[in-house]
Design a protein around this ligand. Structure first.
Ligand code: AKG
Length: 188
């Protein structure tokens, strides 16, 4: 499968980068089982960050691993292999986010390019509740892509998009169940 090929899955494919979405990357039963396993089995951390001169809770729980870590929790190796084989990319790191409810979020940002191997994409696997991602161009007229990230989906953003777009998961007004995202990267 090439998510970067032409076809209905490409959300963006121009000089500013390529973004592709596959809603059915994982079968629903497998996505459900892996969500339950990760929610219960990952040693989730809460973090604090200084923002606007105040130290605040990061509004989600996180975890991160090098894929070469001998103590990599199950089923991260299995998911990493599926994503690496599907995209033909040797991902070496995964960052996990647990959004406990509608009040958890991630502010608009781009990935820190200094941490990434130039030219390599970022692949996001979603499990659990559907959450909206906003992908907004940095330059006027600040084009906005709104995307519902469904359980079992795979979103791929190429390296260039991190120069031209911010992405974030906004808080929701209505109640939402928990969601886990897995961000696979090729780190330096
Ligand atoms: O939860 C998501 O899908 C996005 C996560 C994200 O942007 C990040 O980990 O940097």
């Amino acid at each position: 499968m090439s998510l970067f090929g032409p076809g209905p899955q490409a959300l963006l494919d121009d000089a500013s980068g390529r973004i592709a979405y596959d809603p059915g990357f994982l079968a629903p039963a497998r996505a459900g089982a892996w969500f339950a396993q990760l929610q219960a089995g990952i040693p989730w951390r809460s973090e604090r960050r200084v923002m606007y001169e105040r130290e605040l809770d990061v509004p989600r729980l996180v975890a991160s691993y090098r894929l070469s870590d001998p103590s990599l929790p199950e089923p991260l190796a299995a998911i990493a292999t599926l994503v690496s084989v599907a995209l033909g990319v040797a991902f070496n790191a995964v960052g996990l986010n647990l959004y406990r409810d509608q009040l958890d979020s991630v502010a608009p940002h781009n990935d820190r390019l200094a941490d990434l191997v130039a030219g390599e994409p970022i692949a996001l696997v979603s499990l659990g509740a559907t959450r909206r991602m906003d992908i907004r161009a940095k330059q006027p007229p600040r084009r906005l892509l709104r995307l519902d990230l469904e359980a079992g989906s795979l979103l791929v953003m190429d390296y260039r998009t991190q120069l031209h777009y911010d992405h974030g998961i906004p808080k929701e007004a209505a109640a939402v169940g928990p969601r886990i995202s897995l961000a696979f990267r090729v780190r330096r």
